[in-house]
Design a protein around this ligand. Structure first.
Ligand code: KG4
Ligand code: ZN
Length: 361
């Protein structure tokens, strides 16, 4: 029997989890900082570090007590070492080092993106339908939009990545522009079904070089041009006022202050992002030999339009999404990614550095 405690603090959630033997989740605690950053329309790195410092000890304590464990019951402690915000990463990694030093259990450094991939591998194994390798892993979050080949022999190969904004970043920037606050993905997701996705035609980015690379900044600019040419200042101000009065408006409240033409814009924007993601996933599976499954993970994997599109258009191979709770940042995924390293004895030194630009491949 082996148990790993993991800590995640790369962006704006402080999370801790304990898992036993690869797939049994003994506890999972996530303290979100969304309410701290929402009024700034995005994550403020200095505030993130401060909030992680406040939260990390109680979050770890809660994860340990929910699992009913003492330090001596652990076999290793893992933490995200990158990629992410330097100051934020340092908090979780340093605390994990302190636990390792004080208890004598080994330290495991985990790549955050590998964590998102392992969230899916863990849940597929729990369901009795393990992810078949080699797989194509599409990681779509606020900070990342990557396509990797996850090889059967272990390791990853980078197939494509965004050249500018990440997919989640595009959701967040467009939502902010339209007065829907932060984070934008969940709001756009809820409103998109109320609009006509064919109403506004956005052209997809033409990539020179690697056709599996993404670009979302042109789409963001196209939405901005649309807003500028449609006299939307008044309605945007009304939505901003709603947000000041009610930090997390319901879908009904948003619908009261959002005209049909804006819902059409939102639906068309989401459709364009979803089509772009799906097109790249299909192209990559066509270009790679013998891909046996598709993994979609990261915050944008919550998007219902993306899930519907993937499920309705036959991709030809099994597709695995994480449950919503494991799509956004959490520590279960870090513990899951730590297990193969634990089995292989791949431990980190106490001088391991936080690496904001850590690459997976
Ligand atoms: O994985 P995550 O929690 O953090 C990063 O590693 O970045 O992803 C957060 C991102 C945000 O950009 C958020 O707007 C987006 O995921 N997101 C969504 C949805 N839920 C969260 N985007 C589209 N539709 C959603 N339902
Ligand atoms: Zn993430």
């Amino acid at each position: 029997m082996a148990r790993i405690l993991a800590i995640e603090s790369s962006c704006d959630e402080t999370a801790a989890a304990v898992i036993e033997n690869e797939t049994t989740i003994l506890s999972s605690v996530v303290a979100s900082q969304l309410s701290v950053h929402a009024k700034y329309g995005g994550v403020v790195p200095e505030l993130a570090s401060r909030e992680h410092l406040r939260a990390v000890v109680p979050v770890v304590r809660e994860a340990m007590s929910a699992a009913g464990l003492q330090w001596r019951d652990l076999d290793a402690v893992a933490a995200t070492s990158g990629p992410g915000l330097a100051g934020a990463l340092l908090v979780g990694l340093t605390y994990a080092k302190a636990i390792s030093f004080a208890t004598g259990i080994p330290l495991i450094a985990v790549n955050h993106i590998e964590g998102h991939i392992h969230a899916v591998i863990l849940e597929a194994a729990q369901r009795g339908t393990p992810v078949e390798l080699p797989a194509l892993a599409m990681i779509v979050s606020g900070g990342h939009t990557h396509l990797f080949e996850a090889r059967a022999a272990g390791g990853y190969r980078l197939m494509g990545r965004t050249r500018d904004d990440a997919a989640g970043e595009a959701f967040d920037k467009v939502a902010k522009l339209l007065g829907f606050g932060y984070p934008g993905g969940p709001v756009i997701d809820r409103l998109a079904p109320c609009g006509d996705p064919d109403a506004v035609r956005f052209t997809s980015a033409k990539m020179k070089g690697n056709n599996l690379d993404f670009s979302f900044s042109g789409l963001k600019t196209a939405v901005l041009r649309w807003v500028e040419s449609h006299e939307m200042t008044a309605e945007i101000e009304v939505r901003k006022a709603l947000l000041r009065a009610t930090p997390w408006p319901t879908t009904e409240q948003w619908l009261e202050v959002t005209p049909a033409a804006t819902l059409d814009l939102v639906a068309s924007f989401q459709r364009t992002v979803v089509d772009e993601l799906l097109k790249h996933a299909v192209n990559a599976t066509d270009q790679l030999e013998g891909i046996r499954s598709l993994i979609v993970s990261g915050g944008v994997a919550c998007n219902s339009g993306l899930r519907e599109a993937v499920n309705s258009r036959s991709v030809g191979i099994p597709v695995h999404f994480p449950s919503p709770g494991l799509s956004t940042d959490n520590a279960v995924m870090i513990a899951a990614a730590a297990f193969p390293k634990f089995r292989a004895g791949q431990f980190a030194d106490l001088d391991a550095a936080a690496e904001p630009n850590l690459a997976l491949a």
